[in-house]
Design a protein around this ligand. Structure first.
Ligand code: SF4
Length: 68
């Protein structure tokens, strides 16, 4: 399983991630991205999430392997 998360210390709120994968990323009241727990884990990372990772100007999105 792969888990997607946004580092709040790096995110600058450009919203590119939201443009690529609106079903995964969400924004808090201050305009910074996060991934709700129930949308964060994938057997295989969907292409829109890969694009979001590749296009985040702050490299704030990370993908980690988690045990099933
Ligand atoms: S693209 Fe990156 S910096 Fe911009 S809102 Fe998304 S996670 Fe934050």
């Amino acid at each position: 399983m792969q888990r997607v998360s946004v580092d709040p210390a790096k995110c600058q709120g450009h919203a590119r991630c939201l443009a690529f994968a609106p079903d995964v990323f969400d924004f808090d009241d201050e305009g910074y991205a996060f991934v709700p727990d129930d949308r964060a884990q994938f057997e295989e990372l969907p292409n829109p999430v890969k694009l979001a990772v590749a296009n985040c100007p702050e490299r704030a999105i990370s993908v980690s392997e988690v045990a099933e």
